[in-house]
Design a protein around this ligand. Structure first.
Ligand code: ATP
Ligand code: MG
Ligand code: MG
Length: 453
């Protein structure tokens, strides 16, 4: 992809925007861009430099992303809404063409990495609550204040960040939670590594500050340090697929596992698709497993499997037409007409362009039969060993968000009021589950900070 129209090749030390930004190291890449850690010589901060591929369709997409990110930044001057901040944007001409570049605040690793580094065991519920609050504040801002739908919410698109204000101590902006790569992490725990050698000394005192302990600047850093109660926060990123609610272009949105039923059925979508993905994300944080992992099979598609999995967890879609009972012929005909009418209305109200392909007139899937109903609170207890109380409370929080009828799902604003988010003190059951987490040596309570190597 490093050819005309594709990525721009970057070397460490390359400068951008007339020397303002200096490339430090590659942070990641996607289908559209490569993202580099860069030093902003003007503000003396580290930033993430997203360099788009140069072909016209990528430039077009970048312009759209810049438009959305600019609106996000304009509406949130104090940057308190847990959404990534666009700092600057410019064009950069290289051998492969002209690349649009976005300068974003530098954030840490994604929640997907966090889940992986926790060995897919799920995070403590108190951590899940904190993360959920950040995401919901972000979504409420996007939805209610801006009229924007993210359309690709998932753990990969939510990045951790340190709450130390980089503006107060620019060098500390290097200390953003970066989880170590699996190969280099023998014990499998969560570690935070500091990238720059020259930052080590300053980072050590920062570690002490995060952990709330004093640390002399002198002696060698201890290789591992457990940190309890780290204020882990996160921000929503990747607005490459986001859209204004009143200007929608594509029908197929969202990453498969986080896709809402109305998107699969092509019945139109709104803000509530993000709420569905949010619920899938919260479940994954708490259990370490994706909520739905549909697969196509013999005689049925991935879409149909996905709908089947949803109905196994949440019950039947609310579009069933009851069967006829043996009645006198006239009444039977009248009922038939009524049922047909109701069926038609329901088709319009809930069913989408694809409903007829997948469902029969009883509201059952045509090609996947005999679904096994296994409700959320039971799964949490049976499979993920939640206590009854934890399971019930968490399921009460998630289930309304997973309503098949999009308009019935709570908004982000309503969700923020939910009691589950404000259970702050550890209940007995949580204390128990916490100690079991500690025994196996994973979980955020065992978060470790590694300074240098
Ligand atoms: P996609 O194919 O997912 O649409 P993309 O080309 O639009 O990819 P992004 O998803 O925005 O690119 O970024 C690619 C990767 O770069 C991210 O997965 C993440 O690892 C890293 N990254 C992006 N933004 C930041 C940031 N602000 N701070 C730190 N790392 C970032
Ligand atoms: Mg992405
Ligand atoms: Mg993108």
């Amino acid at each position: 992809s490093y050819r005309k129209g594709g990525y721009h090749a970057v070397r460490v030390g390359d400068s951008f925007a007339g020397g303002r930004y200096i490339a430090q190291r590659k942070l990641g890449w996607g289908q559209f861009s490569t993202v580099w850690l860069a030093y902003d010589t003007q503000s003396s901060r580290y930033v993430a430099l997203k360099i788009q591929k140069s072909a016209p369709q990528f430039a077009q997409a970048a312009l759209h992303e810049i438009e959305l990110l600019s609106a996000i930044a304009a509406g949130d001057p104090s940057s308190s809404k847990f959404v990534v901040r666009l700092v600057d944007h410019f064009k950069h001409t290289g051998p492969n063409g002209q690349h649009l570049c976005m300068v974003l605040e530098f954030l840490g690793d994604s929640l997907l990495r966090l889940i992986r580094y926790n060995r897919y065991k799920g995070l403590e519920l108190n951590k899940v609550r904190e993360i959920c609050k950040c995401i919901l504040i972000g979504l409420d801002y996007l939805h209610r204040e801006l009229g924007m739908i993210h359309t690709d919410l998932k753990p990969e698109n939510i990045l951790l960040f340190s709450t130390i204000d980089p503006a107060k101590d620019p060098i500390l902006s290097g200390l953003t939670p970066i989880l170590e790569r699996p190969e280099g992490n023998a014990n499998g725990g969560v570690t935070i590594s500091v990238i720059e050698k020259k930052l080590k000394r300053r980072a050590r005192s920062a570690v002490a500050r995060i952990s709330g302990r004093r640390e002399s600047m002198g002696g060698l850093p201890k290789p591992k340090r457990t940190v309890d109660g780290i204020d882990m926060r996160c921000k929503v990123v990747d607005f490459g697929n986001a859209c204004w609610a009143d200007k929608q272009f594509i029908e197929e949105i969202q990453t498969r596992q986080y896709r809402a039923p109305e998107v699969i059925l092509r019945s139109g979508f709104s803000f509530s698709v993000d709420m569905w993905s949010f619920a899938c994300t919260a479940f994954e944080l708490a259990t370490g497993e994706m909520m739905f992992t549909p697969k196509g099979g013999e005689g049925f598609s991935e879409d149909e499997d996905h709908l089947a999995l949803m109905m196994e967890l949440l019950g039947k879609m609310p579009r069933k037409v009851s069967t006829l009972s043996p009645l006198p012929l006239v009444r039977q005909i009248l009922q038939l007409i009524t049922h047909f009418y109701i069926f038609l209305v329901k088709q319009i109200a809930i069913g989408g362009a694809r409903s007829k392909d997948y469902f029969d007139r009883h509201g059952d899937l045509k090609r996947i039969r005999r679904l096994k109903y296994w409700p959320l609170d039971r799964i949490l207890v049976d499979k993920f060993k939640f206590s009854d109380t934890d399971a019930r409370e968490f399921a009460e929080f998630l289930c309304p968000l997973l309503d098949f009828a999009p308009e019935k799902r709570p908004t982000a604003q309503q969700c923020l009021q939910h009691p589950w988010l404000n259970i702050s003190n550890l209940t007995q059951s949580e204390l128990k589950s916490e100690s079991s987490v500690e025994k196996v040596g994973v979980g955020m309570s065992n978060l470790q900070i590694k300074v240098g190597k």
